[in-house]
Design a protein. Sequence first.
Length: 190
Amino acid sequence: MNSCYHLFVDTCNKYCYVALYNTTKKIDEIKLITNKNVTDLITISIKKLITKNKVKFEKIGAIYLNIGPGSFTGEKVGVVICKAWSIIFPKIKIYTINSLYLQAITLPAISIIGAKSNKYYLAIYDLEKTIIKPCLVDQKTKNNLVKKYKNFNYYFENFGNGYNSFLQKKNKFKLTNIDKLEPLYLKNPI
């Protein structure tokens, strides 16, 4: 498979985001606000992006996927897209990253995403290691950790800037076996 294009797919938050890259730069992107319609938006967006840029589906060599935490349905949709794509194109490579690391532009960082019901997804990253892996915390725990790590860069629902750092973080995505590809669920659906 001679493939030189990559897709970045993020369906984990309030946006449905898909970007088409060649090996060195972004070619095009689609970013739409979701309203409980991420399943419809993602398939239409991918097809529109690929068709508009005259790229054949089989020329996509890799998908870079945000696996969450975030929207329960959104996390699942991204994984399903990758699994379906790998059935049709078995040589495609799937790379994954979590939302919290993706939005942490500059390390060291404390990265937080609202999880509703006064809960938060949180992770803390130092320059070379993860101090606290992605987890679900309450308001009090979040506040205490923010105070404790007050000298760290602070990122809260920094989705737009996370997209801009894709090429910067591309080498931090992990190659993932399709059989082991799962969303990063940290709480039960509401």
